[in-house]
Design a protein around this ligand. Structure first.
Ligand code: 5AD
Ligand code: SF4
Length: 440
């Protein structure tokens, strides 16, 4: 039997990228490769990259420098750059980073076997063509680094919202939805092989719309109906498209998790307008009120960008006040990073000085820390059903899992194992974790 060659994949950025790496893993295993977690034994190294902020690109470039070392030791080694940086920089990346042999954008992964043979013949290989219909619907992802309990299912690709700061519409192209039958089939197979949680992924899942007319709310209902023991989550939502129909569906299925990630980006109407977010503060707060009405025990998390072009102190304070008003359980918080080619880069000036961005970011992070602590303290005494995922990182006698609200809960191991649902009463907390005891 022919021995299989070894592929090492390193992934940066969002959950979509992690899901894409699993598709790439699947395409390559069909082509006589096996994946390895040990870079030293790799015949092929792929880096799946992110362009969302300059910092993300810098990290990848620094990592590429480190790959030179492996190439020196193994002359035939091929290095490929995948994903958003490949799409954004195209052949420029090969000119700048000489050790790169292969460049492939997010819609061209089916072309990898051909690109690889081009690269092996000593030529540089590149395909960054974006597609209007590629969803990789028929490809069964290889579950890399999986705990065997929770998995991502990619349900749509691309984004056409064109928020003024964002590079994603340029790197990931047009919005397209995957056929619902293939999604339900993937969820069913995952459940049958022991998985207990799926997260439906897309840049903007609320605008999911398949060719047979299935919208996101009915897709969620179909996936939730696979089995009451299968938890269903989703990410990410755009506030302008979060419908009451979806909230009604969430309320109707106890296995749809009680947590919504609803990126607000800013609490100021004038900033939201410059960002082209297509909603204002009042409208956003209306969506929050609707979530509270339909699903009172739902947690809400968000993304915030600080120091966007022209952001004044007053506008910044409006973000702080909105955070207080919503009382987010969790937030991802970023300094604005200008991205070439976006409307913001063309129309506005990145004029908030670095030290002011840093100070505002710190204020936002400190406030979020307070809000997270407050939320966790209010859980003490409550009992939650926890899906066990892993042995705790800190102690082998403890297990770690999450409740429906997406909070991490740690408790004594006893006879439980990953995949079990355990009722846990919360006894103490840190800002990031709940601790508790098992209830019979
Ligand atoms: N600068 C900083 N943060 C950004 N994000 C997107 N583009 C930028 C940018 N240019 C953030 C947004 C988005 C999250 C995925 O990344 O908050 O929701
Ligand atoms: Fe970027 Fe806006 Fe699309 Fe999110 S919704 S990926 S922030 S353009």
């Amino acid at each position: 039997m022919e021995t299989k060659r070894k592929l090492y994949i390193e992934t940066y950025g969002c959950q979509m990228n992690f899901a894409d790496s699993q598709i790439v893993g699947s395409i390559m295993t069909e082509n006589n490769f096996e994946t390895t977690g040990n870079i030293a034994e790799a015949d092929l190294i792929f880096v799946n990259t992110c362009s969302i902020r300059d910092h993300a690109e810098k990290r990848v470039r620094a990592r590429l420098q480190e790959f030179k070392r492996y190439k020196k030791n193994k002359p035939g080694l091929i290095i490929g750059v995948l994903g958003c940086m490949a799409e954004r920089l195209k052949s420029q990346l090969i000119e700048e980073e000489k050790m790169v042999d292969l460049i492939v954008g997010p819609d061209a992964y089916r072309d990898l076997p051909r690109l690889l043979s081009v690269a092996e013949s000593g030529q540089k290989a590149i395909n960054v063509i974006l597609s209007a219909d590629e969803t990789y619907a028929d490809i069964n992802p290889v579950r890399l680094d999986s705990n065997g309990i929770s998995a991502f299912i990619s349900i749509m690709r691309g984004c056409e919202n064109f928020c003024s700061y964002c590079v994603v519409p340029f790197t990931r192209g047009k919005e397209r939805s995957r056929d619902p039958e293939t999604i339900v089939k993937e969820a069913t197979e995952l459940f049958e092989s022991g998985y207990r949680e799926v997260t439906l992924l897309g840049q903007n899942v609320n605008s999911y719309n398949s060719s047979d007319g299935t919208g996101f709310a009915s897709l969620m209902a179909k996936v939730a109906a696979v089995n009451p023991l299968l938890r269903v989550r989703f990410a990410t939502s755009h506030p302008k498209d979060l419908s009451d129909e979806l909230l009604g569906t969430m309320a109707a299925y106890p296995n749809i998790c009680r947590s919504i990630h609803l990126p607000v980006q800013s609490g100021s109407d004038t900033v939201l307008k410059r960002m082209n977010r297509k909603y204002n503060r009042e409208w956003y707060l209306g969506r929050i009120a609707s979530i509270r009405k339909f699903i009172p025990d739902c947690t809400i998390s968000t993304d915030i960008i600080t120091g966007f072009c022209g952001e004044t102190e007053e506008e910044h304070n409006e973000t702080l006040s909105l955070m207080n008003q919503v009382g987010y359980e969790y937030a991802f918080m970023f300094k604005y990073s200008e991205r070439e080619g976006t409307t913001a880069a063309k129309k506005f000036t990145d004029d908030v000085p670095e030290e002011i961005k840093s100070r505002r970011l710190k204020e936002i992070i400190d406030l979020q820390q307070e809000l997270s602590t407050k939320s966790n303290l209010s859980d003490i005494g409550k009992t939650f059903s926890v899906l066990v995922e892993n042995v705790s990182k800190k102690s082998s006698s403890e297990l770690s899992g999450r409740n429906s609200q997406n909070k991490v809960v740690v408790f004594r191991k006893d006879e439980f194992k990953p995949g079990d649902y355990v009722n846990v009463r919360i006894t103490s907390c840190t800002p990031a974790t709940l601790k508790g005891e098992v209830i019979d």
